[in-house]
Design a protein around this ligand. Sequence first.
Ligand SMILES: Nc1ncnc2c1ncn2[C@@H]1O[C@H](COP(=O)(O)OP(=O)(O)OP(=O)(O)O)[C@@H](O)[C@H]1O
Ligand SMILES: [Mg+2]
Length: 312
Amino acid sequence: MAPIIDVADLHKTYAGAKSEAVAGVSFGVEEGEVFGLLGPNGAGKTTTIGTLTTRVRPSSGRVVVDGIDVVADPVAAKRVIAVVPQRPNLDRSLNALENLTFHGAYFGFSRRERRRRADELLAQLGLEGRGDDRVDNYSGGMAQRLIIARALMHDPRVLFLDEPTTGLDPQSRLFLWDQMEALKARGVTLLLTTHDMAEADRLCDRIAIVDHGKVIASDTPRGLRRVLPDAEGLELRLALAADPAASLRALGEVASEADGEDEWKVRIYGSDVAPGAAIAAAEAGGARLVDLRRIEGTLEDVFVHLTGRDLR
Ligand SMILES: Nc1ncnc2c1ncn2[C@@H]1O[C@H](COP(=O)(O)OP(=O)(O)OP(=O)(O)O)[C@@H](O)[C@H]1O
Ligand SMILES: [Mg+2]
């Protein structure tokens, strides 16, 4: 089956720009997947989404959504996609309900049908009874939920979300995560950008990391973690006067550091280190176990490992 989003060798140079904003990006997203585009500021994520949502004209390359060439047939593409943009773009001259029903009218829904859908979506996004409010009076979190409601008015098969949770409080973020998971469960394909690595890890089936307009890695969150040389292992806190590292070296590569008086934090790297064996070896060396946990590199570690620490 062909991927529902298919980007092939996409290039974009903005007029007057010295370098390419997107410099040969290719990726595919299967129907029903949640796909994450991660990358530092200026990496080209919003530009890539722009080309997929008809806002930005590619310099070259192909962008296809649900079999529709987005450049050749933007009107048909718009029927299957929706976008939650990085910068809020509600119509401030309209109230919340009108923002939804005007969108519905644009897609040809009858007056009755668009009112029904708008009421339903206001309720679904926790905005029941707030339809008559001016959107100027909405908080940031409410505005973001209204933008998502608007995106869902025409039942898109593919939803693009550009940093949907940036600036939201933990409650709103959890709420949006639930919404995104519910959309996925209904078979909607999601392409999302975020700088929140925990969010990407939790929501995304697959992730592409972009930097300087190019995809530099693409895999499942778990697969990406494997690029870290010493991501997995056990961490033990041990009580002992002297460094207990030596007694554990038989089990794998060991790193230790003093952690308070007569306590040590010791890491044994490797995916197959048995906790029982580690405890036995530590106790044979005279240490008392205080705590033990499995460690795993985070997606943030992967991101910094791949993209470095320089500011963009
Ligand atoms: N309308 C535009 N005109 C000229 N240059 C632009 C325009 N939009 C973006 N750029 C430039 O293109 C590059 C990519 O920007 P883009 O917004 O796609 O990055 P991004 O990955 O979404 O970054 P962020 O994480 O900060 O949102 C940047 O160098 C940016 O300055
Ligand atoms: Mg952006």
